[in-house]
Design a protein around this ligand. Sequence first.
Ligand code: LLP
Length: 419
Amino acid sequence: MNHFNYRENDLYCEDVAVKEIAQKVGTPFYLYSHATLARHIRHFQKAFAAVPHLVCFSAKANSNLAVMKVFVNAGAGVDIVSGGELFRALRAGCDPGKIVYSGVGKTEDEIIAALRNGIMMFNVESAAELEKINEVAGTLGVKAPIALRVNPDVDPQTHPYISTGMKKAKFGINIAQALEEYQRAQSLPHIQVVGVDCHIGSQLTSLSPFVDAIAKIRTLVSTLKAEGADLRYLDLGGGLGITYNNEMPPDLEDYAAAIQKATSDLSVTLVFEPGRVLVGNAGILVCRTLYVKKGEIKTFVITDAGMNDLIRPSLYGSYHGLMAVDRSVDERGTMVADVVGPICESGDFLAQDREIPAFETGDLIAVTSAGAYGFTMSSNYNSRPRVPEIMVQGERVMTVRQRETFEDLVRGETIPEDI
Ligand code: LLP
């Protein structure tokens, strides 16, 4: 459920007409619904209310400070993968004791910053990284709380670019070596083993990969406990999918029930790192039709948003819905067209061969399900300033990130003398 609905012919975000925001801030822009964000985090937490748990929002999906603050206000932690995300999480007011740090390439500086701030745990992805964290913690005179990210070798049945839990992936430590690595971790003086971690992929639309992964790692959890490890956390990552088009992802309640059933005897606090399921359908990208170009074979709707603003269709062939912001456009009937951006790349499209309303120059288009991995993956390619992020709460319209200017584009650049 989300709060983007039509009133008469106008698309609204909560109590504000999208066209009014477009008039004020120009296009393109990302638009987030506060009520949807708040509802999604509460829903997730409620589904696990019966067991000790912590939801750590995966910042990579949407790291806008105001978005993170909505989750922090609800008591959530943050899952980070870089020093930049640590900075953002802290700036959004997240308790460092609720921050988990994943990622295969943490640098020394990033490890130092995380230790100094007292994060909850590092999810360690290799033996070499474990050594490094031990060494850095030693220099700082502290013990680093860690979980090993275990790769359970299950196929999440999703796009290959977002599958992470198979043997061939760069992520995690192979389940067959995990026990040995844990024993080594236990022997390191500046490491404190506190958990087991596993994340198998993103946009999962069935429960079985989650259940299979738990089946594989639960023995490890019990063995480690039996060996005396003070194991407090079982981090099950993120990955729950959403509906972009006609996918039927599991209900949160079913996901929670399956996980609780598979972990009920383990006496651990469950940690989750959801990204997409919290923010994906809480955001849209609003753009304007610049031109309609009828080629010999295809019709192109050229919009002012391109692959630099939303790269998912180009990168993964992802589907995003396209809605007329003014629904009276639908009265013109439909056409089959490619919806493309202004970028000089043939791969620059929002949709291909799609049946859409017969858009004309000037029409506003809402690109749906764009709240996750939309703005965070956007870039300045073709020297295009990144678009603003707007949040609506009831009747309130807040600019939570300004549109970049041309000056922003060249910030930090210099022309050396005499070149
Ligand atoms: N935890 C870890 C360790 C992850 O690698 C990820 C996502 C998450 C949590 C959050 O997963 P989620 O709940 O959002 O599925 N750019 C791609 C998605 C990349 C996902 C990377 N890792 C996309 O636009 O579909």
